[in-house]
Design a binder for this molecule. Sequence first.
Ligand code: NAP
Length: 243
Amino acid sequence: MKCALVTGGSRGIGSAICQKLAADSNYHILINYQSNAAAAEETLKKVIENGATGELIKFDVANADEVKDALGQWQENNPDAIVEVIVNNAGITRDGLFMWMSQEDWSSVINTSLNGFYNVTNFFIQKLLRNKYGRIINMVSVSGVKGTPGQTNYSAAKGAVVAATKALAQEVAKRNITVNAVAPGFIKTDMTGDLDEKELVKMVPANRFGEAEEVADLVSFLASKKAGYITGEVININGGIYS
Ligand SMILES: NC(=O)c1ccc[n+]([C@@H]2O[C@H](COP(=O)([O-])OP(=O)(O)OC[C@H]3O[C@@H](n4cnc5c(N)ncnc54)[C@H](OP(=O)(O)O)[C@@H]3O)[C@@H](O)[C@H]2O)c1
């Protein structure tokens, strides 16, 4: 059984990615989530409607022990399963000016995006190398490429994942493993639900926020065999806001 794992697959961009991979590939879809079981179940339902199989795996990507336990248990129960695609999508924001930023707001954002990337990817990397095939896709952000005021924590976390993407890509390229980052601008999800869309679209040349499905289409391509010669890249998907 060949599998694709999507962290933060219960809602928003991650859910759209699960559904798109279900439609475009033959992978069994592993839908990770942290707490919203109802949304995760809804994603699984849509994965099945799109013609694939899938299952839920609950863990907090930021918690190293929890990741090891959950993935270790899953691998033990599925000894023949091979995870070929890893989409490190789980992420959070805790916005605020740096001068007032608490240690907790700094650490939780770094722990989720950056340590989450380490915890999940490191669990699988030796297996991918032995298997001589893999696709690792990291969800970053325009904030991690240009820096966004009010998001020093988030920009740092995503910028670090950009650098890790480029470094790891060079380590594993010989074994047919690609590592790429996708950097969205404003995408309509729960994460951007409280933003003043009318005001912010003035900054976007395309004059609209993007859809989660548009990001999912790009991820699905990067996850496919067709994208084998693209690695170490950061692909912006932001309606022209920045590149
Ligand atoms: N929306 C945007 O405009 C935008 C722009 C640039 C980059 N991004 C990035 O794209 C990714 C997805 O964003 P989104 O807008 O789809 O966010 P969202 O709607 O807030 O959904 C976040 C997802 O991540 C999961 N999650 C959060 N913390 C987790 C943890 N510690 N462990 C496991 N899962 C966790 C959530 O699970 P539960 O449902 O269980 O809570 C949920 O499925 C993030 O990395 C974000 O930084 C988003």
